[in-house]
Ligand binder design. Structure first.
Ligand SMILES: Cc1cc2nc3c(=O)[nH]c(=O)nc-3n(C[C@H](O)[C@H](O)[C@H](O)COP(=O)(O)OP(=O)(O)OC[C@H]3O[C@@H](n4cnc5c(N)ncnc54)[C@H](O)[C@@H]3O)c2cc1C
Length: 457
């Protein structure tokens, strides 16, 4: 089927459920036109339609609905943001930081509510997240994070240290010396969520067009190769692909994240690794890893740290990277030795959208009726829902409390011009890797490199 190549394990497992939608073949008029049919675009369409069923809404997608990060991610539906409470507090004040995190945590429940209401089965299981440490520097980071949440008035019901026994009973992690637990995360099948959302909004009367790349976004107008879409409100929901739009090249840097999935574990392997509640797992190394166990018992293991491509290029051939995939497989073998016995069946990757200040945002200008949402870095699965709900209220102009959240109309400065961007981003990635190696071998913090990261991030 055109456009539905097996990008990832997720795509392959739903290939039969994917149908191809119309592309745009004439000029169109609409009330709301949304560019991008990932979670951001689809959730925006959903909440707008719930608020006003009469709205004419079109969602316009350059490829197919599961093409973007929403179809390929690690399936962590997490309430955590790429900005910490302290960072939010220093920029927006203490209460704004708390409000942002409270809403973000509640969003996991809101998603669960909609899934039940709309009968979307995306293998959602709210098993929480374990953050592990395998050396003393990571251990102090885990302890500091729990302390940070406490200092902002969050309680053990939001995040707590786990005893080693409890941790190992949940997931058997090699070399673990400490860990924390938060309930604010669910494991999902990401592509099933996209398909379920797309079908839900279509049932509500939204029209989704595929294979229809938008070339330029203007006030009240989108330009495609041969046609125009006119709309009262235009929404850009293009995340990691934003740099491909001429006027938006420096808004978000596309950083690639990569994943592998194993064959399903055997019963004996499953007994060894345990993992009966499908908790998501990561550890406190600098170069992020993220793991879930799928409903059919595969370890789906992801990692960041791939080099940034000059001039923010995004290409299908970047979806696989032998070096990074091999590194991820080594990390998986180290964290879960039992996976050495299990073949890796799938390897894939995709671009995240990273703003210069690492701070996601929801932007709406009532004067131009132009909107955008994104910059979630690697935490967009749940954040897209909160961002879309917020945007729907901004567009409705109903003064809803969500429209007061810290990320509303919070600008990020644009990324540097090339070659500074290339040198800077890849330099920082290299530093993060070197810090991990230093911490692992020396067991002490890498203060100099840490200082450099603090200055530039
Ligand atoms: C490998 C990987 C693992 C990840 N793991 C997690 C995780 O476990 N948890 C988590 O919270 N986040 C994770 N993320 C991030 C998360 O997936 C994203 O933040 C989220 O999916 C963003 O959704 P979106 O709709 O904004 O963007 P996308 O899903 O990328 O959708 C944007 C859509 O816009 C379309 N588009 C772009 N430009 C145009 C144009 N000009 N015209 C028409 N259409 C256009 C694209 O084709 C795409 O379909 C991961 C990302 C990746 C790549």
């Amino acid at each position: 089927m055109q456009n539905i190549r097996p990008i990832s394990f997720w795509h392959e497992s739903i290939a039969r459920e994917l149908t191809q939608r119309d592309s745009i073949t004439s000029d169109i008029e609409s009330d709301i036109a949304i560019v991008g049919a990932g979670y951001s675009g689809l959730w925006t369409a959903y909440y707008l339609k719930i608020m006003d069923p009469n709205l004419r809404i079109v969602v316009i997608e350059s490829h197919s609905i599961c093409f973007g990060a929403s179809g390929r991610n690690g399936g962590w539906c997490t309430g955590f943001l790429p900005v910490t409470l302290s960072e939010l507090s220093s920029q927006h004040g203490r209460q704004a930081a708390i409000d942002m995190y409270r809403e973000s945590f509640a969003t996991v429940g809101e998603i669960q509510r909609v899934l039940l209401q709309e009968k979307i089965d995306c293998e959602f299981q709210k098993g929480g997240t374990i953050n592990g440490a395998t050396n003393v520097v990571q251990q102090s980071r885990v302890i500091d994070e729990v302390a940070e949440f406490e200092s902002f008035g969050f309680t053990e019901s939001d995040m707590r240290m786990l005893s080693l026994e409890e941790s190992q009973q949940r997931i058997n992690v090699n070399g673990l010396i400490a860990s924390s637990f938060t309930p604010h995360c669910a494991a999902i099948h990401p592509a099933k969520l996209v398909v379920g959302l797309a079908e839900t909004v279509e049932r509500l009367g939204v029209k989704i067009y595929e294979n229809s790349p938008v070339r330029a976004i203007h006030k009240n107008e989108l330009l495609l190769d041969h046609y125009r879409v006119r709309a009262d409100v235009v929404v850009r929901a293009t995340e990691g692909f934003t740099s491909q739009l001429a006027k938006h090249r420096r808004n978000l840097v596309p950083l690639y994240s990569y994943m592998v999935a194993t064959e399903p574990l055997s019963v004996a392997q499953r007994q060894e690794i345990r993992w009966n509640n499908r908790e998501t797992y990561h550890d406190a190394r600098n170069m992020i890893i993220y793991v879930q166990i799928t409903r059919d018992g595969r370890v789906a293991f992801g990692g960041r740290g791939a080099p940034y491509h000059f001039a923010s290029q995004v290409k299908p051939e970047y979806d696989r990277n032998t070096l990074i995939h091999n590194r991820i497989i080594s990390a998986m073998h180290e964290v879960f030795p039992v996976t050495r016995e299990v073949p890796v069946s799938h390897r894939w990757g995709g671009p995240l959208g990273v703003p210069r200040n690492w701070h996601p945002s929801v932007i709406y200008d009532p004067k131009t009726s132009m909107a955008s949402l994104g910059g979630y870095v690697g935490n967009g699965v749940a954040s897209t829902n909160l961002a879309a709900r917020t945007l729907a209220h901004l567009i409705a102009g109903d003064n809803h409390p969500l429209t007061k959240l810290a990320w509303v109309n919070h600008p990020s400065r644009r990324w540097e011009i090339e070659p500074l961007r290339y040198i800077g981003v890849n330099g920082l990635l290299r530093i993060s890797n070197q810090m991990d190696r230093h911490e692992e071998s020396k067991g002490t913090p890498d203060k100099i490199r840490s200082k450099i990261l603090d200055i530039f991030l």
